[in-house]
Design a binder for this molecule. Structure first.
Ligand code: CP
Ligand code: NVA
Length: 304
């Protein structure tokens, strides 16, 4: 029995990642054809959410239900986790009753600690440092629209946040060039970046990063937990908006993605989500298919 977790993208090998992406597109086709595929009848997914969510919650819950299993939504308000029961005790108990667990929380060390005591696969549904599930959907979306991302150029415009970190890992694993444009002081952590000099370049303005890009991606200026910095960040990021002018600098086939939720008038212009090269709605839908492929992989690894 191989217990596998998915806390960052690099918990997979590059070839495992590729096969999960291919499987995600296959599962999407089955779902669109309304085929019933229920390999996980009786399996229960636990979903621990310490931060808000629309896409992550719905895609995981719908996904396990489509597979014939079920999900339990656990908010810290309703569990002893919210009253300070230690992570290791919670993990031992929760994982003794469930088949797979997804956690969205603040510190990345919380998912690491939970996973180290868990008897079942643990999936990171977003921490302050990583959002690997979103990358599965983004990579699937790129491949479905443009084919292989290997050798392409991706421009990350904005905060050096959890999404940006997961893009950095994706660049390394999928063989694309990542150009990050962040205001001074908001770049990804240098100690993390230093490992990825072969595939990542950092710029202090959006235009230089966007030149000839094949994909432009951005995210909110203030992430969950940074609400008090909103005003300060609006000033710092004012020149880092993704808009039609920035898209014109990129390659004509350049796609636009955003993990959502988006703030029109801040990190994106008013109509950016409706730009002809925007694939944000496919990207959001692909959370469902990509995470089904991920759960299938992790659950099947356990019975090997
Ligand atoms: N992109 C994303 O993770 O969305 P939610 O916060 O709605 O889950
Ligand atoms: N960087 C954002 C992503 C939301 C899906 C956040 O952490 O709030």
């Amino acid at each position: 029995m191989a217990l596998r977790h998915f806390l960052t993208l690099r918990d997979l090998s590059s070839s495992e990642l590729q096969s999960i992406l291919a499987r995600a597109s296959e599962l999407k086709r089955l779902q669109h054809e309304k085929q019933i595929f229920q390999p996980f009848v009786g399996k229960v997914l636990g979903m621990i959410f310490e931060k808000s969510s629309t896409r992550t919650r719905i895609s995981f819950e719908a996904g396990i239900n489509q597979f014939g299993g079920s999900a339990i939504f656990l908010s810290p308000r309703d569990t002893q986790l919210g009253r300070g029961e230690p992570i290791e005790d919670s993990s031992r108990v929760i994982s003794s009753m469930l088949d797979i667990v997804m956690i969205r929380t603040f510190g990345h060390e919380i998912v690491e600690q939970f996973a180290s005591y868990s008897k079942v696969p643990v999936i990171n549904g977003l921490t302050d440092d990583h959002h690997p599930c979103q990358l599965l959907a983004d990579l699937q979306t790129y491949q479905e629209h443009r084919g292989s991302i290997e050798g392409k150029t991706v421009a990350w415009i904005g905060d050096g946040n959890n999404m940006c970190n997961s893009y950095i890992e994706a660049a390394h694993m999928m063989g694309f060039k990542l150009k990050i444009a962040s205001p001074k002081g908001y770049e990804p952590k240098p100690e993390f970046l230093s490992e990825f000099a072969h595939c990542v370049e950092v710029f202090d303005n959006a235009e230089d990063a966007a030149v000839n890009a094949d994909l432009i991606v951005t995210d909110v200026w203030a992430s969950m937990g940074q609400e008090e910095e909103q005003k300060l960040r609006e000033q710092a990021f004012a020149n880092f908006q993704v808009n039609e002018k920035l898209m014109d600098i990129a390659h004509p086939d350049c796609l636009f993605m955003h993990c959502l939720p988006a703030h029109r008038g801040e990190e994106i212009s008013e109509h950016m989500l409706d730009h002809k090269n925007s694939v944000v709605w496919d990207e959001a839908e692909n959370r469902l298919h990509a995470q089904k492929a991920l759960m299938e992989f992790l659950l099947n690894e356990q019975i090997k």
